[in-house]
Design a protein around this ligand. Structure first.
Ligand code: KG4
Ligand code: ZN
Length: 344
C-alpha cells in the first residue's frame, strides 16, 4: 500500500519577506511565493518593523492564494498549516501567526509552529537525496550566526553562536559604511569581485579561541576605523575613495568573515565527528563563501549540503518542509500560539 502524501502550507513573515509555500512530504516544493519588501525599506537603509508589519498585512492573503493556486491544489488537500512564530520582529511574525491560526481554524486543519532559524537549515535538505549524520549546521542570516549539532531535522543542539552582530548584519552595516545600497550582502559581494581580498588584513575575531562562537562587531569597527580614522574624528574618506579602494575594503572584509565561518564550521565538525556540513541563511547565497566551504569540505572528506540560492534567503518552503517532520512526530500547536522575538 502506498502511503498518502502529506501537503503542508507554510507561512513566513519574520522580517521583510511575506512568504507562503506548499511542500509535499517535506521535500517536494509545489509552490513558493515570496513578496519582497526591499523597495519599501531601501530608503531607510534597513528594515523598519512598523512598515514591515503593514506590508505583511497587505501581502499575506494574496501570497497565500498565489501559493495554493500555483501548487494547483484546493485548500481541502492541505493536511496542516505551518507558520514561523519565532524568532524575528514580533509585529511582523504576528501577521503570519494570525493568518495561520485563522486558516487552520477555518479549514479545520492542525497548526504547526516552526522556528524560523531551524527552518533555514531545512533549505539545505530540500533538494538533498540523503544525508550522512551526524552533521554540523551553519545558519548565517541577517539576524543569526549559529552552529548546530544536527542529529535530525528536528533534533538540533546549539553549539556556537555570535556573541554580538550576525554575519549578515555585519555585511549590511559595512555596506552602509561603504555607501553601498541596502541590502548590503549582495552589494558587498558584487563589488568585492573587483577587489583584492588580501589588500587589508582585517581581524579574524575569536579564531584564536578554542570555542565555536563568533563575533563580528570588532570587524565592522575595524572597517569603520579604516574609513574614518581611529579617533573617528577624521572625515569619512569613503566619498573620496576610488572604486578600487572600496572594492579592496569590501573584498578584505568579506574574506575575514568567510575565513572565520569556514574555520569554525570545520572545528565544529571535528569536535562532534560530523560527516556532513549543512549551510543555509541569506549569507549562504554568497558565492565566495560557498566556494570556500566546498574547498574546506573537499579537503577534509566532509559532504557539503548548502541550500540552493533561491532558498537561502527567507522563504516559506523551508517552513513547510520542517513542519512535515513535526507533523510526523505529532508536534502540533494550538490557537493560543503567539509570536516570539527570540528562540525558545
Ligand atoms: O536569511 P535572511 O533572508 O533573513 C534573515 O533571517 O535575517 O538573510 C538576510 C541577510 C542580510 O543580512 C543580507 O545582507 C544577507 O543575508 N545576504 C548576503 C548575501 N545575500 C543576502 N550576505 C552576503 N552575500 C550575499 N550574497
Ligand atoms: Zn531568515
Amino acid at each position: 500500500m502506498t502511503q498518502k502524501d502529506t501537503y503542508i502550507l507554510g507561512i513566513e513573515t519574520s522580517c521583510d519577506e511575506t512568504a507562503a509555500a506548499v511542500v509535499v512530504n517535506g521535500k517536494q516544493v509545489k509552490s513558493s511565493a515570496v513578496a519582497s519588501q526591499i523597495k519599501l525599506h531601501e530608503k531607510y537603509g534597513g528594515v523598519v518593523p512598523e512598515i514591515a508589519s503593514r506590508a505583511h498585512v497587505e501581502n499575506i492573503l494574496p501570497v497565500v492564494s498565489e501559493a495554493i493556486e500555483s501548487a494547483g491544489i484546493k485548500p481541502e488537500v492541505i493536511d496542516a498549516v505551518a507558520v514561523a512564530n519565532q524568532p524575528g520582529l514580533t509585529i511582523a511574525l504576528m501577521v503570519g501567526v494570525t493568518a495561520a491560526k485563522t486558516l487552520a481554524f477555518g479549514w479545520g486543519k492542525p497548526l504547526i509552529a516552526v522556528n524560523h532559524v531551524h527552518a533555514h537549515l531545512q533549505s539545505a535538505l530540500l533538494e538533498a537525496e540523503s544525508i550522512e549524520l551526524p552533521a554540523v549546521a551553519l545558519i548565517v542570516s541577517g539576524g543569526h550566526t549559529n552552529l548546530y549539532d544536527a542529529e535530525s531535522a528536528i533534533d538540533l543542539r546549539l553549539i556556537g553562536r555570535t556573541i554580538d552582530d550576525a554575519a549578515g548584519e555585519a555585511f549590511d552595516k559595512v555596506a552602509t559604511i561603504l555607501g553601498l545600497p541596502y541590502p548590503g550582502g549582495p552589494n558587498i559581494e558584487k563589488i568585492a569581485k573587483e577587489g583584492d581580498p588580501k589588500a587589508i588584513r582585517f581581524p579574524r575575531s575569536l579564531l584564536d579561541k578554542d570555542n565555536l562562537d563568533f563575533s563580528f562587531s570588532g570587524l565592522k569597527t575595524a572597517v569603520l576605523y579604516h574609513c574614518q580614522g581611529q579617533d573617528m574624528k577624521g572625515e569619512n574618506r569613503v566619498a573620496s575613495m576610488s572604486r578600487q579602494e572600496i572594492a579592496n575594503i569590501a573584498a578584505s572584509f568579506q574574506a575575514a568573515v568567510i575565513e572565520v565561518l569556514v574555520k569554525k564550521s570545520h572545528r565544529a565538525a571535528v569536535k562532534i565527528g560530523a560527516k556532513t556540513i549543512l549551510a543555509g541563511g541569506g549569507v549562504a547565497c554568497n558565492n565566495a563563501l560557498r566556494e570556500a566551504m566546498e574547498e574546506m569540505c573537499n579537503n577534509n572528506d566532509l559532504s557539503l549540503l548548502i541550500a540552493p540560492k533561491k532558498y537561502c534567503t527567507d522563504n516559506a518552503a523551508m517552513v513547510a518542509s520542517l513542519a512535515y517532520y513535526k507533523y510526523e512526530a505529532g508536534q502540533f500547536a494550538d490557537l493560543t500560539l503567539e509570536p516570539k522575538a527570540t528562540s525558545d
